[in-house]
Design a protein around this ligand. Structure first.
Ligand code: GLU
Length: 294
């Protein structure tokens, strides 16, 4: 598969031997947006003489389904993609994420949060609003201010809780002047503060996207993170987590999103046509790659 013209400006900046990955969540069938993301990661790995990996980000057992996971592998193989080594399936590695959380906790950078979503909303409304962060309004810090006794009593009573990063403490503990390398743009300064005290382990799932993605990119030796522009703001937080946990820094390449006929980004929930539907309608891999902007 040749490198499309749109990728050429990135090539001079490409780390030699770059390891990339496609990391979908098996919450539905792959659509053209995923095809674009997978081809982008694969093309950059090829151009760098590196490796392309596949990872299933399936920690949310309420939304992920094994038959979607199986369909991802079938669809990618049909497209002509081959990934190096075994597929990393996040849900099989929860103890590893717990260990990473324990390291942050031991440094006093996490605290338990007992709030409900509705309770947080009420509090934000009562305060007349909250600064908007990349993942939604910043948490007002209610449980950060609990006394040690109160916290211990609630934990002893088995109250369900999330784990939040104490952003002020985390920023104080991290080296100053964090930045990230975006291919074709050079070094960009990081500003993770707008995330506020972000959730790193959810109440119902003892981990989170931000924690698992940075953990696994480090563990799998990913040296070039490729993903859609919608996730570029998350990079500011990911660099902070990498710095706190002593994980290596990958380079980043965020690609544009494939838009539907209505000009909005494709999403499973909007019934964007799946790869399976396109295949059933008689389209071949070449045609699907073209439809995905390749
Ligand atoms: N799992 C994420 C998604 O489905 C992508 C993660 C990443 O590439 O950082 O959008």
């Amino acid at each position: 598969m040749p490198v499309p013209a749109s990728l050429r400006p990135l090539l001079p900046d490409l780390p030699a031997g770059a390891v990339t990955r496609f990391a979908p969540s098996p919450t539905g069938l792959l659509h053209l947006g995923h095809v674009h993301a997978a081809l982008f990661a694969d093309a950059l790995a090829r151009a760098a003489g590196g490796r392309f990996l596949l990872r299933l980000e399936d920690i949310d057992g309420t939304r992920c389904r094994p038959h979607f996971a199986a369909a991802i592998e079938t669809d990618l193989a049909w497209l002509g993609l081959r990934w190096a080594g075994p597929v990393r399936v996040q849900s099989r590695h929860m103890p590893e994420y717990r260990a990473a959380l324990a390291r942050l906790e031991a440094r006093g950078l996490l605290y338990p949060c007992f709030c409900s979503r509705a309770g947080i909303q009420r509090e934000i409304a009562a305060a007349g609003g909250a600064p908007q962060g990349p993942d939604g309004p910043a948490y007002p810090g209610t449980c950060r201010r609990l006394s040690a006794d109160e916290r211990a009593a609630r934990l002893a009573a088995g109250a369900p809780h999330a784990l939040r990063l104490d952003m002020a403490a985390a920023l104080a503990a991290a080296p100053p002047g964090l930045s990230f390398h975006e291919l074709g743009e050079g070094r960009l300064p990081c500003d993770p503060a707008p995330f506020g005290d972000v959730v790193l382990a959810r109440k119902e799932i003892p981990a989170s996207y931000h924690l698992c993605v940075t953990h696994d990119d480090a563990l799998q030796g990913v040296t070039l993170v490729t993903r859609g522009l919608d996730l570029k703001p998350a990079t500011h937080l990911h660099r902070l987590l990498q710095a706190l946990l002593g994980w290596p820094e990958p380079a980043y390449a965020h690609h544009g999103l494939i838009l539907g006929a209505d000009g909005r980004r494709l999403a499973k929930r909007d019934r964007a046509p799946s790869l399976q539907a396109l295949r059933a309608a008689g389209h071949g891999p070449e045609e699907v790659r073209r439809l995905a902007g390749w």
